[in-house]
Design a protein around this ligand. Structure first.
Ligand code: NAD
Length: 477
């Protein structure tokens, strides 16, 4: 068996065990326990809070120039370790090695981009009404951050929060993903080895609700960032609201992908299939509701089914594998339940629909058709390798279906009509819309949702803003 490291907490510049008994980490490709992760007690959290308070005082006074230099150094360390980190990620999360490598490379790019933004957190001068008055708008770091990152992208969900917070001058307590802890810990190690002062970045693992219930109300914490399900996001946002904490919420989605009859269908099939089955569909922006205009429905469905059947499902460490197992057994149960419910209500399985074997969490790339609107899968986020393909007749009916759900994260469309593109940009209710390509998630682009998909942004200059306070200083000479 490949070596997999146990993961410790990182508090006040020290790697150490938690007060509670360790949790176990399972390889989703085999079901075997491969390691352990430390588990915080309340006293550990209190130490992390004190460390974050002291770390903030030091880090906010570190110049943006120095912060950026240190962040670039961490990015470089991460880059040098891509091979080792990606292997760890595949062992704990399941995704094919090539996807893990791409994630590690992207993480380094994200750090670099935010490092550069650190130096551009500009304020402004506002022309006064009297000649002796100077009106200054100053950007200041919001304070110590509590961040909660999930298991689907163990590095990249964490790195966006950590990089934006550090660039802004905040300290941070990161609750990493207990099921995929070791690759996330490598991110923290890169910052530690780059010379980040003790207390500025702390990493904890444990029982998620115990940690959020302790950290969010705590007066030291000034900002919450959470990525995960809408249900949990609503609970945490309520708690944050009760304590007047600033919040960024990156929650679930149920992305529509609308393919018009004038589109390049081969391109649409190729890019949408890749986006659907990447990371076994466990992606908040994965296309889920495929809405295809009637004249091209058969051609698109045929292409998507062929693409799904060409996927090589297996252990992400094996050569040639293009889709790994689901990251945990809960997702296999969810795929089975959603498929059974849809079929019971009249849906047809165009391909897939079943668990593969009984070792590990493998599920077939699945395409469903004829799914009635009241089927659960047409309102619940599948978060797995499941595509629902439906036909539409005209533009208005496609928009009505696309906007039907309370979610509003990503949306996709394929059309060669400039008029249709312009109309989509106006009519689609989502935080992100990508037309004729898959163009989301670059560090320089805003990344976030509306409606039940959350608020705030995890990319672009908007992400920096969410870690900054705006202070007005007005002064008469
Ligand atoms: P879940 O709702 O139990 O947990 C989702 C995430 O929230 C996990 O990372 C978990 O550790 C964390 N969490 C749960 N309760 C928490 C609490 N009280 N305080 C702080 N953190 C808490 O579900 P799950 O089975 O882990 O994931 C399934 C669902 O979560 C998916 O269907 C998907 O909708 C959503 N999800 C979304 C993303 C995303 O990228 N937006 C990532 C992972 C999971």
């Amino acid at each position: 068996m490949s070596a997999y490291p146990n993961t410790q907490l990182y508090i006040n510049g020290r790697w150490r065990q938690g007060l509670n008994d360790d949790l176990t980490v399972v390889n989703p490709a085999s079901g075997e326990v491969i390691g352990r992760v430390s588990n915080v007690g309340v006293a550990d959290l209190d130490e992390a809070l004190s460390a974050a308070a002291a770390g903030f005082e030091q880090w906010r006074r570190t110049s943006a120039f120095e912060r950026a230099k240190l962040m670039h150094a961490a990015a470089e360390i991460l880059r040098q370790r891509t091979t080792a980190i990606s292997r760890i990620m595949t062992l704990e999360q399941g995704k094919p090695l090539a996807e893990s490598k791409a994630e590690a490379a992207a993480a380094a790019d994200i750090i670099d981009w935010f490092a550069e933004e650190a130096r551009r957190a500009y304020g402004r001068l506002i022309p006064p009404r009297a000649a002796n008055v100077r009106q200054m708008v100053v950007k200041e770091p919001v304070g110590p951050v509590a961040a909660f990152s999930p298991w689907n992208f163990p590095l990249n969900q964490a790195v966006r929060k950590v990089s934006a917070a550090l660039a802004a001058g905040c300290s941070i307590i990161l609750k990493g993903p207990e099921e995929t802890p070791a690759s996330c810990a490598e991110l923290v190690r890169a910052f530690a080895e780059a010379g980040l002062p003790a207390g500025v970045l702390n990493l904890v693992f444990g029982i998620p609700a115990d940690i959020s219930n302790h950290l969010i109300p705590h007066p030291i914490i000034r900002k919450i960032s959470f990525t995960g399900s809408t249900a949990v996001g609503k609970q945490l946002a309520s708690l944050a609201g009760a304590h007047m904490k600033r919040v960024t919420m990156e929650l679930g989605g149920h992305a529509p992908a609308i393919v018009f009859d004038d589109a390049d269908i081969d391109l649409a099939v190729r890019l949408l299939a890749a986006a659907k089955f990447r990371n076994a569909g466990q992606v908040c922006v994965a296309p889920t509701r495929f809405l295809i205009q009637e004249p091209v429905f058969d051609k698109f469905l045929d292409g998507l089914v062929k693409a799904a059947e060409a996927i090589n499902v297996g252990d992400g460490l094996s050569d040639g594998v293009t889709m790994g197992p689901l990251a945990n057994a809960r997702r296999v149960g969810a795929m089975e339940a959603l498929t059974a419910d849809a079929v019971m209500r009249g849906a047809k399985i165009a391909t897939g629909g079943k668990r593969i074997g009984n070792l590990g969490n493998f599920f077939q790339p699945t395409v469903l058709t004829d799914v009635p609107q009241h089927a659960r899968v047409l309102s619940e986020e599948p978060f797995g390798p499941l595509a629902i393909v439906s036909a539409f007749s005209d533009y208005n009916s496609a928009i009505a279906e696309a906007n039907r759900l309370p979610y509003g994260l990503a949306a996709y469309a394929y059309t060669t009509s400039a008029k249709t593109s312009a109309a989509l940009a106006r009519d689609i209710e989502s935080g992100m819309l990508s037309i004729n390509h898959h163009g989301l998630a670059l560090p320089e682009l805003p990344f976030g949702g509306i409606k039940d998909s959350g608020y705030g942004s995890e990319g672009g200059s908007e992400a920096m803003e969410s870690y900054l306070n705006t202070k007005l200083v007005t002064e008469a000479a």
